[in-house]
Design a binder for this molecule. Structure first.
Ligand SMILES: [Zn+2]
Length: 76
């Protein structure tokens, strides 16, 4: 996972978790199902807004993103 020092704000980006465009470290998370050749659609998230957890599913090992912060109004 590559960490960037700040977000790319060129398209009016807001973090999907906290809803802000705060200038702090972000990561790109690939969207499953969008892989084509060596490219994948990705979304930016503040590093401090997410947590990656490993889930042992028997034959599969799944990495899941846990939301650390939520936008106001999101259900708990
Ligand atoms: Zn955020």
């Amino acid at each position: 996972m590559k960490i960037f020092k700040g977000p790319n704000l060129s398209n009016g980006w807001k973090c999907p978790i906290c809803g802000t465009d705060e200038d702090k470290e972000v990561v790109l998370i690939g969207v499953n199902g969008t892989q084509r050749d060596n490219l994948i659609e990705s979304h930016q998230y503040h590093l401090s807004c997410i947590e990656l957890l490993e889930h042992d599913m028997g034959q599969d090992l799944v990495l899941a993103m846990r939301i650390v912060k939520r936008k106001p109004g999101w259900p708990e």
